[in-house]
Design a binder for this molecule. Structure first.
Ligand SMILES: C[S@@+](CC[C@H](N)C(=O)[O-])C[C@H]1O[C@@H](n2cnc3c(N)ncnc32)[C@H](O)[C@@H]1O
Length: 271
């Protein structure tokens, strides 16, 4: 890292909101600005705005991790499954992407992954609050669940929640654009739910590089059918075309599923 990059990284994470963001992600974003003309304050502002766009924009209003955790913990310790599910659903409303799936969450998984019997390891990339879906699903008891995201507070929250759901889960702070080869493998199922567009915003082509690095028997990829905030007609169609081109180039096959606001593809590789 050059001195300028180090200084800019420190300045970005000096802001309270950015303190728990993966340093790798911050360095990565800052590197695209270093060496260019412009005042350091402008570069810090640009870097924060990019990080907001790919991560914080989904978490508005500000997440209530402590309150969510208290409620989940209390339901788990009372052994009240209905209350546990409701507490998880409530928390999932805190992340725009996860919230949008809530009205059809069970149907989403029942349709795309009808049989969990051969699945022992799941890797959830750019997980947001999706790991809480486990509270609503009948997954095998010894399932190992690995989740990656770039927000430290979110990662700490998920690591506190996994044991309360009785899941052998582990969340890690990881910028998957910087180090796609470090994604856990092999896996029986990799989830890339609505994450590829964020990665391509960070670096064009990053999504394809990550897909190439994944070694999984089943890969479930999805795309939003509209931009955050509701705009951009034809959003899903663009991603569909790009993804299907990728699938064809690599000689793979994908099953397509359409949900009210999400388009999903399941790629199954021969074992
Ligand atoms: C559109 S949201 C999808 C969340 C979740 N997969 C879902 O569909 O419910 C994208 C997620 O990717 C995360 N993310 C963005 N850039 C990332 C990166 N470089 N590495 C890992 N995660 C990233 C964001 O923090 C955010 O939680």
């Amino acid at each position: 890292m050059t001195d300028e990059v180090e200084r800019l990284v420190d300045a970005v994470i000096a802001g309270r909101k950015y303190r728990s963001v993966s340093r790798d992600l911050v360095a990565h974003v800052v590197q695209t600005l270093a060496g260019r003309p412009g005042r350091p304050e402008e570069k810090v502002k640009l870097a924060r705005s990019k990080i907001h766009q790919v991560a914080f924009a989904y978490l508005e209003p500000a997440p209530s991790y402590d309150r969510w955790l208290r409620r989940i913990r209390s339901a788990a310790s009372a052994g009240d499954r209905a209350a546990l599910i409701e507490a998880c659903r409530d928390a999932m409303r805190g992340h725009a992407s996860t919230r949008e799936r809530l009205p059809f969450l069970r149907e989403f998984y029942a349709t795309t992954i009808p049989d969990w019997s051969g699945i022992r390891t799941v890797v959830d990339i750019g997980c947001g609050l999706n790991p809480l879906s486990l509270a609503l699903l009948d997954v095998p008891p010894h399932l190992e669940y690995v989740a990656y995201d770039v927000l430290g507070d979110l990662i700490d929250f998920l690591n506190a929640v996994f044991p309360l759901l009785g899941v052998n889960g582990h969340a890690e702070l990881r910028d998957v654009v910087l180090a796609p080869e470090r994604v856990r493998r092999p896996a029986d199922l990799v989830l890339l739910l609505k994450t590829l567009p964020c990665l391509d915003q960070l670096e064009p082509g990053a999504g394809d590089r990550l897909l190439d690095a994944i070694e999984a028997q089943r890969l479930l990829v999805s795309f939003p059918l509209h931009a955050l905030g509701g705009g951009r007609k034809g959003f899903g169609r663009t991603y569909e075309m790009r993804f299907l081109e990728y699938v064809e180039r690599r000689g793979l096959a994908a099953r397509r599923f359409i949900f009210p606001n999400e388009l999903a593809f399941l790629v199954v590789r021969d074992s």
